[in-house]
Design a protein around this ligand. Structure first.
Ligand code: IPE
Ligand code: IPE
Ligand code: MG
Length: 266
């Protein structure tokens, strides 16, 4: 049994007494929220704790944020759990992250299922631990019929890897005569991404004060509204998510268009 198998996992309630989500028009809500769950290691180290303790506490934050998204009625939520670049970390930290992810999936799937969440794995297969892959596949199977929030677990995910993998698959299909190169459009590219049904990201949240996107959902976030929180991930929670969504609903999204208010007034 791996050490991470024995780690206690916190069970978070779907509703927290006294906390109600903001009353927002469902039409105005972001359809897809993406979270770069960053700052676990620094949060732990600043308390004299090992980085892994930050990952452990950050897992409860993740469940609280998922619950907050469900309460608010967010249709799709993506969480960045392990990037294709995170293999650069020490073997001990990589081993912890893989083992702990497996533990979390195993012990939280029933809660997610009860909350009506549909789990989907998004990422690339090479290097991902087989046991983690089979656990996330199990979570997908158990929650497949749920119609609530879709939770994309981005594990061994990289935005550039996703686009490169799509390009390779398109090239193979062109060579095999299944796809005409001259008819490739943005819609075609989307079909070849890891999750062709994934919505465009409306709200992209990163914690820990870092102002970068670190290769997360590059294609899907092309027009996302960015929201940066100074809090490290272990201090983030559903209330912070709701604050981000309230900031989002007050943004003016133009998608390249423009309205000449002076001309309208005249
Ligand atoms: C994010 O926290 C979690 C993962 C990358 C898995 P970090 O581990 O990046 O923590 P910091 O950013 O070093 O504090
Ligand atoms: C992004 O955080 C990856 C995850 C949250 C899984 P990182 O901590 O790996 O990103 P950088 O190194 O700050 O860009
Ligand atoms: Mg980090």
């Amino acid at each position: 049994m791996a050490d991470t198998d024995r780690l206690a996992v916190e069970h978070v309630p779907l509703h927290r007494p006294g906390l109600t989500p903001p009353d927002l028009d469902a039409q105005a809500l972001p359809q897809h929220v993406a979270c770069v769950m960053d700052g676990n290691g620094r949060w732990a180290n600043s308390r004299g704790l090992p980085r892994t303790e930050g990952h452990r506490v950050g897992e409860a934050t993740m469940m609280d944020v998922i619950a907050g998204a469900v309460e608010l009625g967010i249709p799709e939520l993506s969480v960045y759990a392990f990037s294709t670049e995170n293999w650069r970390r020490s073997p001990a930290e990589v081993r912890f992250l893989m083992g702990f992810t497996r533990t979390v999936l195993r012990s939280q799937t029933d809660d997610l299922d009860r909350w009506g969440v549909r789990v989907r794995w998004v990422g690339r297969e090479p290097r991902l631990w087989k046991s983690v892959l089979s656990e996330v596949r199990r979570a997908e199977r158990i929650t497949a019929a749920n119609t609530g929030t879709v939770l994309n677990m981005c594990l061994n995910y990289g935005g550039r890897a996703e686009i490169a993998d799509a390009a390779r698959a398109m090239g193979q299909d062109v060579a095999a005569g299944r796809l005409k190169a001259s008819s490739i459009t943005e819609r075609t590219v989307r079909r070849y991404l890891y999750s062709p049904t994934m919505r465009d990201v409306d709200l992209f949240i990163r914690t820990s004060g870092e102002l970068r996107t670190s290769n997360f959902l590059m294609w899907e976030s092309a027009y996302a509204e960015l929201y940066f929180s100074p809090l490290p991930w272990p201090e983030f929670d559903r209330v912070q998510l709701w604050k981000a969504v309230e900031a989002y609903v007050n943004r003016d999204r133009r998608f390249g268009g423009a309205v000449d208010h002076a001309a309208q007034a005249g």
